[in-house]
Write a protein that binds this ligand. Structure first.
Ligand SMILES: C[S@@+](CC[C@H](N)C(=O)[O-])C[C@H]1O[C@@H](n2cnc3c(N)ncnc32)[C@H](O)[C@@H]1O
Length: 240
């Protein structure tokens, strides 16, 4: 990965993966968090969901990511917000962080970086007993996904909703609800990225041009396969 070119496309975008505020609100309604809840946004990227998470009265949100550029960007974005703390923390070590355990972990489009089973276990270790995990996970929306739909996830072992549900139960969670992210959630990610690609095209060197093609190709590929695959958002209570 050419990180300079990656960050030329991705710096200061409003979000780094599909999502919209109404999905966060839906998850918070299911979670029923206490006032002043401790929430972690794990793999927060640009912090696109932090504001929606702050809807819980008195909640404190710790937004973590491993990418230094995103951490710096979030620190600037939430500099005036006393209820937000931004940290360069790896999700695999979240349970050891002094702010853990949490009432809720929100993990949008990031748990699968660890793999589903490891991600569920790592998050459980960082939750209070009865705490809630909300995560979006690549999923197939058809029984017969095309080669194109498989290729979109570049070899990730994508499951259908039943497969995700059984992994959630096996990891010791009670599912509170699931929903498929809508097209608007994906466009909230791709539309600003495509505007950035268009702005950078003119002066791009070879490395940047290759990155622009890669990112533009991903958005185009999603539009071809979006009826077959997407993100399933699951809200689940840790039974520990
Ligand atoms: C697809 S982006 C989603 C970002 C954000 N949640 C959103 O929806 O806009 C995934 C993010 O997870 C972060 N990430 C990947 N592995 C991580 C890890 N082990 N610990 C913390 N963050 C990680 C990446 O740096 C990236 O910002």
């Amino acid at each position: 990965m050419d990180w300079d070119s990656f960050f030329a496309v991705h710096s200061d975008l409003p979000r780094e993966g599909p999502g919209e505020a109404q999905d966060v609100a839906w998850a918070l309604a299911l979670a029923g968090l206490p006032e002043g809840a401790a929430i972690c946004d794990a793999g927060a990227g640009a912090g696109g969901d932090v504001e929606a998470l702050l809807a819980v009265p008195g909640a404190r949100v710790m937004a973590i990511d491993t990418h230094p550029g995103f951490v710096a960007q979030m620190r600037a974005r939430f500099a005036g917000e006393g209820r937000v703390r931004v940290e360069a923390v790896d999700m695999t070590t979240l349970a050891e962080h002094p702010e853990a355990p949490f009432d809720m972990i929100w993990c949008a489009g990031a748990l699968y970086f660890l793999g589903l089973e490891e991600g569920l276990a790592r998050m459980a270790a960082a939750l209070k007993p009865g705490g809630v995990l909300a995560f979006s996970e690549p999923s197939f929306l058809t029984d017969a996904p095309s080669d194109d739909a498989w290729a979109f996830w570049e070899g990730y072992p994508v499951r259908d909703a039943a497969g995700i549900a059984s992994a959630v139960a096996a990891a010791g969670y009670e599912s509170l609800g699931t929903r498929v992210l809508g097209d608007a959630a994906w466009e909230a990610y791709y539309a600003p990225m495509e505007a950035r690609i268009a702005a950078l095209r003119g002066g791009a060197d070879a490395a940047l041009a290759a990155m622009l093609d890669l990112c533009a190709g991903e958005a185009a590929q999603w539009r071809r396969v979006k009826r077959e695959t997407g993100y399933l958002l699951t809200v689940a209570r840790w039974q520990g």
